[in-house]
Structures are given as C-alpha cells and as structure tokens.
Design a protein. Structure first.
Length: 216
C-alpha cells in the first residue's frame, strides 16, 4: 500500500476488520505482480466498507466506473443479492483483457457484466437505474461522471467517488497553488458538496471516498 495511506490508524483499523477472502488476496497479488501502477488497487479497509455498504443497502443494481483488476468489483459483488446485477466499465482495453482473463481463471462463475470503453458513452446506452455507483476512474472527468450518474440514481441511491483526498494533497497549500491535478480534485470536492437534493460526506478511508446520497 502507498505510504500516504498506511498510517497507524489505518493499519489498526484493517487489523480489527474482517479479513480479505482468498480471491481478494489473489487479486492483490496479481495486481502487484502483473500491472503497471498497482497502487491504483482498492485496499482492504476500503473493500470492507464497500462490501458492508452493499449488505446494508441490498441494491438491485450496482454500477462501477473504473474496473482496473476488479478488487472493488469483487467487494461490491460479495454481498450482492442473487437477483441483483453488477455492471463494471473499464476504459482501457488492455487492462480489461488482463482482468477478465484473471477472473475467468479464478472465478469463472461470477455475475459481473463487463463493459469496455469510455464510460461517458457506455453508461447512457445501458439504460440502468443503479442503487449504488462506485467511481474510481479518470479524475479529470469526475464532474462529468457526477452530472451523468446522479440523475439516474433513485431516491436513496448512493454515489461514491474514490481518491478524493488525493494523497492528502488537497490540504497542501503548495499543491493547491501549483499542481493541476490537485486543483482539479479540490474543485471537484467543492462542486460535489453543493449537489442539490443530496447528503454529501467525504470519508477519510484510505485515499478518501466521497459518498453522495440522493434525498429527493
């Protein structure tokens, strides 16, 4: 795990949380051995949060934007009802191919509906009304994803954005002045907090998860 997230509280929280399944451990190992930028992998604590959220909300449909190697995908699937669906969109064809091959070899009977290509094009064509949407994709499109996804949420639906603390750079004065990616994330956080008819909270889990719940 990246040192920015591996503080004492995080380590302790992981140690007293439910353990990873063997499949999640396998995804972790595969990612760090085979993928470029393995730090993009969702972590243990974040994964337990996602799995718990699904258990609490019992959604009929879940949408993920940004599959990578499917660690978060597996967590979203873990407590999902047999009658519910999970759709995951990955923009990069090479990453999607490696991930789908890995899943086919390790979990051939999974229920994930894979989609490959730009989410801004694919999601409207799916005609879904997801109860939970998890977004961990290209950060410069976060505002566009919010504008796309919030309208398709039902009342009580939840939209989650990953990495919104941006390795703590959103509270670093130098980065806020000089780093465009940090400026972009801070601007998104300010935009997201004003989402109408919503409850918005930025949770300091791992690299930050912004949770937006539709009220009416």
């Amino acid at each position: 795990m990246h040192h920015d997230w591996q503080d004492e509280i995080h380590i302790y929280s992981e140690s007293v949380s439910s353990p990873e399944s063997p499949f999640l451990q396998a995804i972790n190992q595969f990612t760090w051995k085979k993928m470029i930028n393995p730090r993009m992998l969702s972590g243990h604590l974040q994964g337990r949060f996602l799995a718990s959220l699904i258990a609490m909300k019992n959604p009929k449909c879940v949408l993920e934007i940004g599959t990578f190697t499917g660690y978060a995908t597996a967590c979203l699937l873990e407590n999902l009802s047999d009658h519910a669906s999970l759709h995951s969109v990955e923009a990069d064809p090479e990453t999607a191919h490696k991930t789908q091959d890995f899943w086919q070899n390790h979990y051939p009977n999974h229920r994930v509906n894979w989609h490959v290509g730009p989410a801004l094009d694919i999601v409207p064509s799916l005609n879904l009304q997801p109860d939970v949407i998890f977004i961990d994709a290209d950060k410069h499109n976060y505002k566009a994803y919010l504008n796309l996804c919030f309208p398709i949420l039902p009342i009580g639906g939840t939209l989650l954005f990953d990495n919104t603390l941006w390795s703590k750079r959103v509270i670093n004065a130098h980065d806020l002045q000089h780093d465009k990616d940090t400026q972009n994330m801070h601007a998104f956080n300010e935009y997201a907090k004003d989402t109408p008819n919503a409850q918005v909270v930025l949770l300091p889990i791992r690299d930050g998860i912004t949770m937006i719940t539709k009220l009416n």
